[in-house]
Design a protein around this ligand. Structure first.
Ligand code: F6R
Length: 241
């Protein structure tokens, strides 16, 4: 595991954007695994800036997102498809047909999980997977559990995640209770992983994930077993390392 500590959120985002930019420069047809949430916003902002400045070309890039809520249409401003369009895809020259997010409106969610897993496999899994981490250690929507889920699957969200996500919705009742997520096995097949952690409220879980025992009770701890992980943090999140 490589650990890069920046002074603040801006510095962490700069490191993240530089590492993703390097990936795209070295392999223009890269498969990028992407995340949503507040952490990557500044990274996507900088990538869009690099594109506008003519420094990056995404025309051959393919992307697969980690997860999506069950039941939210793409035009709902809380859906992860909407988030990706707004924060990244509409601001760069990635081809729409090369961007993939699980379909949370599929009639048969189990079949959608199998289809999505196959899509990621057909791409040969991400060259670089960007991850955030939940306060309970989740990656994607793989919540603390008795084992590490292997493949893309449907999850019931925990109280902790529903409460954390409620800040984006008008009321707690509107927060979806289920999601589709890549499994831990799917994530671990990425060739490189970039884990971004920011903020004082993440310092305990950052320590548990990076320095604690590998356990499905802290899903991100499994990353200690991956051969090519870079963790980018700000000083506040790195305070207990
Ligand atoms: C989002 C995702 C989640 C988030 C995590 C942290 O696609 O997979 O695991 O990365 O919930 O979210 P933020 O960055 O909002 O703290």
């Amino acid at each position: 595991m490589r650990i890069l500590i920046a002074k603040d959120y801006d510095g962490m985002c700069q490191n993240g954007a530089n590492l993703i930019a390097a990936q795209v420069l070295l392999k223009p047809e890269s498969v990028l695994g992407l995340a949503t949430g507040s952490t990557p916003c500044g990274i996507y902002d900088r990538l869009a800036g690099k594109y506008s400045a003519g420094e990056l070309d995404f025309s051959a890039v393919r992307s697969v997102n980690l997860d999506e809520y069950v039941g939210l249409p793409p035009e709902n401003d809380q859906s992860y498809r909407y988030f990706m369009q707004k924060n990244l895809f509409s601001r760069i020259n990635i081809r729409p047909e090369n961007t993939h997010v699980p379909n949370g409106l599929a009639e048969d969610i189990e079949a959608e999980c199998r289809r999505y897993e196959q899509q990621v496999a057909d791409y040969g899994y991400p060259d670089l997977q960007l991850l955030g981490i939940g306060l309970n250690g989740h990656i994607g929507f793989n919540e603390p559990a008795g084992d590490f889920p292997a493949l893309t699957h449907r999850v019931a969200l925990t109280e902790s995640t529903i409460n954390a996500n409620s800040r984006f919705f008008k009321s707690l009742d509107e927060v979806p209770r289920a999601a589709i997520t890549m499994g831990i096995g799917t994530i671990m097949r990425a060739k490189k992983i970039l884990l971004a952690i920011s903020g004082e409220n993440k310092k305990e879980i950052a320590r548990a994930a990076i320095c604690g025992p590998v356990t499905p009770q802290v899903p991100a701890s499994v990353l200690q077993l991956h051969p090519d992980v870079t963790v980018i943090l700000d000083e506040a999140a790195a305070a207990l390392l």
